[in-house]
Design a binder for this molecule. Structure first.
Ligand code: SF4
Ligand code: SF4
Length: 494
């Protein structure tokens, strides 16, 4: 298991919440310590609040730009339409789902299940190659927490030492002002995020109605609006990194998804150990002569970590790959005149043997399964019909003999129009010969609606078998066949 990789023969520091001071390089690692409890809880299980220091560096800059792009997509998403349909809509109450403008109904559940399967296998392949790059760069929790709420907190309360000091200080007008301002803005942002989430569920038009209509008309909608806002406020103001370490299952799966070739945020222990504080005017060669590596035990990588871990202990479940430690360490390395990249994106084999990413048999297997499933999904999507019809014999009805000697059966027809346009639909009895009548005349399906109607099928006694006769009905629009329905016609036994 990669996440518990041992670093034989080297000395490591004990993992602990970020400390301001440098630590002695002579402490040997207490393996039972950081493996037996998480950095955000003490031995009694009480929460240890993390005060990550502000980060500066190229990765943080790139992540900031990328986050702005993601936030733009997230906030604009509900208003973007493709062929009149939203970009993404997960309307669970009405069981209607829209992905990239394509409407999916409960009848498309197999396609949906296949898409979910492809998604999960894609995640497995991606994680096996790139580790948890998703968590650090694109996960909405990390993006919102680190790029929105954390930045706001820094702007109001200052960097980590000022925040710690403010929290320890007795209540004063300045403290009350800062706390009220921070939590007020946090709640306002949470309200906004909650509303965006709601608009991905019910659509922005329905959300707008909730806002402008009298509250009594949308009690459930308002309850969700407030519930989501409180939930996000709780997550970003209090729960924070605990969502990644306690709730999200993805981090827990990484021990089975990662292997020695996966790219992760890794500390180059071969270069960094044996760590030791940098003495004044100490030269690089002198450090090497003294048996010391490049790590100057400054603890900056721990101080910036939003989950409070020490990446020098190896890959850990709590690491969300936010790259903050990479930036912090690069800054330190540049300052002391060592090459950057002591903490970098690398695989275990890359660090131990200088190997590049390898296409292992396990990865080949994942890719094969993923390709097969993706191809199947593509076939299912391209052959998906615009309408989905079912025909069942009307409950409790028997066959009837007409005055002219024909036999008739009554059916219930249910048709879903999956498109966003009106569809005229025609039903033809294809086998055996007979007549088919839609009650109420022609059938025109309103867009994105389910229509229920009755059908009367009449057969001549000569075309019928004893007991039940199989029927084949074609569903057409504009002369194009959309679907073939099969059912049974019940008649008298010989
Ligand atoms: S160890 Fe580094 S990459 Fe991982 S969460 Fe902490 S700061 Fe981010
Ligand atoms: S920031 Fe770099 S030099 Fe400083 S303790 Fe971490 S790994 Fe060592």
């Amino acid at each position: 298991m990669y996440c518990t990789v041992s670093l034989p023969g080297i000395f490591l520091l004990k993992t602990s919440p970020p400390k301001e001071k440098s630590e002695s390089p002579l402490k040997s690692v207490d393996w039972t310590d950081f493996r037996d409890h998480i950095a955000t809880a003490d031995r009694e299980g009480r929460r240890q609040w993390i005060y990550p220091r502000k980060v500066k560096g190229r990765y943080y800059r790139w992540r900031t730009w990328f986050s702005w792009l993601l936030l733009l997509v997230m906030f604009a998403g509900p208003f973007v339409t493709i062929r009149g349909n939203p970009l993404l809509l997960m309307n669970f109450p009405e069981r209607k789902f829209v992905v990239l403008g394509q409407i999916f109904w409960p009848q498309d559940m197999i396609i949906f299940a296949m898409a979910v399967l492809v998604f999960f296998i894609g995640v497995v392949v991606f994680t096996a190659v790139f580790g948890r790059i998703w968590c650090g760069w694109a996960c909405p929790q990390t993006v919102m927490m680190e790029m929105v709420f954390r930045k706001l907190e820094y702007a109001i309360e200052g960097d980590a030492p000022s925040q710690r000091e403010l929290n320890r200080a007795p209540w004063s007008s300045q403290k009350i002002f800062k706390k009220v301002l921070k939590h007020g803005l946090f709640f306002a942002l949470s309200f906004l995020v909650g509303n965006v989430l709601l608009s991905y569920i019910i659509g922005w038009q329905a959300l707008y109605q909730i806002v402008v209509d009298p509250p009594a008309r949308h009690v459930a909608g308002l309850a969700f609006m407030i519930g989501f806002s409180l939930l996000f406020y709780g997550i970003f103001a209090r729960f924070r990194e605990q969502a990644c370490t306690f709730i999200c299952p993805y981090g827990r799966f990484q021990s089975v998804l990662l292997d020695e070739n996966s790219i992760v945020v890794a500390y180059d222990y071969k270069r960094g150990e044996k760590r030791g504080v940098l003495r004044r005017l100490q030269k690089f060669g002198e450090r090497r002569f003294a048996g010391l590596g490049d790590c100057v035990a400054c603890q900056q990588c721990v101080a910036v970590c939003p989950t409070g871990i020490d990446i020098r202990n190896g890959t850990q479940m709590e690491c969300v790959h936010c790259t903050a430690c990479m930036d912090a360490c690069d800054a330190v390395m540049t300052k002391v005149g060592h090459p950057a990249g002591l903490i970098r994106y690398a695989s275990l084999n890359g660090i131990e043997r200088g190997e590049h990413l390898q296409f292992t048999p396990r990865l080949a297997g994942y890719c094969l399964v993923l390709t097969a499933l993706a191809a199947l999904l593509a076939v299912m999507l391209f052959t998906r019909s615009d309408v989905e019809a079912t025909v069942l014999r009307a409950p409790g009805s028997l066959f009837q003999q007409m005055p002219d000697g024909h036999f008739s059966n009554l059916y219930t027809l249910r048709v879903v129009n999956k498109t966003s346009r009106e569809l005229p639909v025609e039903l033809r009895l294809e086998n055996p010969a007979g007549s088919l009548r839609v009650m109420g005349g022609s059938l025109t399906l309103p867009p994105q609606k389910l229509l229920e109607n009755s059908l009367l099928v009449e057969l001549d006694a000569g075309a019928m078998r004893s007991g039940t006769t199989p029927l084949v009905i074609g569903v057409y629009t504009g002369g194009r066949k959309l679907q073939t329905l099969k059912t049974a016609f019940v008649g008298p036994r010989n």
